[in-house]
Ligand binder design. Structure first.
Ligand code: GLY
Ligand code: MN
Ligand code: MN
Length: 416
């Protein structure tokens, strides 16, 4: 029912005779005859609730057709059960279902002469796409030509505001990942390897019937200054910090959490100084998240605090460029995608926060080796990232169970 309501709401924003075409992903090859684990397209999942590969939904005010893989005894023995054409209408509340391979034969008859067709080329392939040319995109473009209108701007606005069922899944994803971060802190000690800590997340997520929502970053020492470090295979050295950016997915909804902590359980003085700047920037950025506030404010607040903090410590002078130490934004939308859909800007102006939006807040400081900086600060890389829901009267930190105060981390790690 929830998916039917979403289709209805989407159509209410379009012309009366609009038709929407939305497709899901195909399996993607990893090597030889081995595929990557399948993940449905987020928008298709949001509108249909259907999680098999190779399907296309076509719907308008009066009609909903679903194209999907037909039942196939041999393929189901090898690769798993399929819903099939016969059961699909009842299970998915569609008017009719078709074999996906008949899509090109049927599609024209499902669109009235004067209808517009809302469709965007899939970005991750789909419908058994194995080449750089997407069959679906090519055929829809050539059949409907100037009747084609964009879909994503309307759909992204809907996905940006999370309903209670979505928030429930996001809270569950944040809870599970927070628990894994605490376990990682408890396990960490000098002499182990980054992959041992990474394994803690694999175990916690799989035990919670969940998956990573992105490849985890488990970066010790200087590796923390590589923003997308995913090798996760170096030894954990006494005296270094460990930055862990890891989150999971519950029914498609992501968490995205970063914690940074000392490998031996005690922050050194220089590490403390940098940590407190990032933590202050992060808490202050979160404090200004509320309905009516501009979405650009958290980043501005974080940048001010980091700039002043680094100048005070003599790491930066007034003429330096902050991007040498802080080169990414303070947050992004979070939902079915880790970097979720939704614009930051409307009509050249930053939009304002509204209840139901979920954003990350993730300032950081990354100090690489440089003759211009005292060596005690070299290779300190710190990011602190939480998932924050905008509520009617402010915000709620979904990932609040993952401790982040310096004293709390040292206390927890002293109990190993
Ligand atoms: N883990 C990806 C990010 O923080 O944006
Ligand atoms: Mn993030
Ligand atoms: Mn992250």
């Amino acid at each position: 029912m929830i998916h039917q309501n979403r289709r209805k709401e989407l159509l209410s924003k379009l012309d009366n005779n609009a038709v929407v075409i939305v497709s899901t992903n195909s399996e993607q090859k990893r090597n030889s005859d081995v595929n990557y684990p399948f993940r449905p397209d987020s928008s298709f999942w949001y509108l249909t609730g259907f999680i098999e590969p190779d399907a296309i939904a076509v719907f308008s005010k009066n009609d909903y057709s679903i194209f999907l893989n037909p039942k196939d005894k041999t393929k189901e023995i090898w690769n798993g059960k399929r819903l099939g054409v016969e059961l699909a209408p009842k299970a998915l509340l569609a008017n009719q279902a078709y074999d996906i391979d008949t899509f090109l034969d049927e599609i024209e008859s499902l669109v009235d002469k004067d209808s517009s067709v809302h469709f965007d080329a899939p970005t991750t392939g789909g419908w058994k796409d194995i080449s750089s040319t997407n069959i679906l995109n090519e055929s829809i473009s050539s059949i409907f030509k100037n009747k084609i209108r964009p879909l994503n701007p309307y759909l992204s606005e809907m996905r940006l505001i999370k309903d209670p069922s979505e928030i429930k899944n996001m809270q569950a994803a944040a809870n599970l990942a927070s628990k894994a971060h605490i376990k990682a802190m408890l396990k960490t000690k000098p002499g182990l390897y980054e992959h041992h800590i990474s394994a803690e997340f694999d175990s916690e997520f799989r035990n919670g019937n969940s998956e990573h929502s992105y490849p985890p970053i488990v970066a010790s020492g200087e590796n923390a200054c590589i923003l997308h470090y995913t090798e996760n295979n170096k030894i954990l050295n006494d005296g270094d910090l460990l930055l862990v950016d890891a989150g999971c997915e519950i029914l498609g909804y992501a968490s995205d959490i970063t914690r940074t902590f000392p490998i031996n359980g005690r922050f050194s003085e220089p590490q403390k100084q940098i940590y407190e700047i990032v933590l202050n920037a992060q808490k202050s950025a979160i404090a200004c998240i509320m309905p009516g506030e501009k979405v650009s404010t958290p980043h501005e607040v974080a940048c001010d605090i980091i700039t002043n903090g680094l100048i005070e410590l003599g790491i930066m002078d007034t003429s330096s460029d902050l991007s040498e130490f802080y080169m990414h934004k303070t947050g992004h939308w979070l939902g079915l995608d880790v970097h979720d859909v939704g614009t930051q800007v409307i009509d050249d102006e930053y939009r304002i926060f509204e209840a139901g939006m979920v954003t990350t807040v993730e300032p950081g400081i990354y100090i690489r080796k440089s003759d211009k900086i005292e060596s005690k600060y070299w290779n300190i890389g710190i990011r602190i990232e939480d998932d924050v829901l905008v509520t009617n009267d402010g915000n709620h930190i979904l990932s609040e169970a993952a401790i982040k105060d310096l004293k709390d981390i040292e206390h927890l790690m002293s109990n190993q």
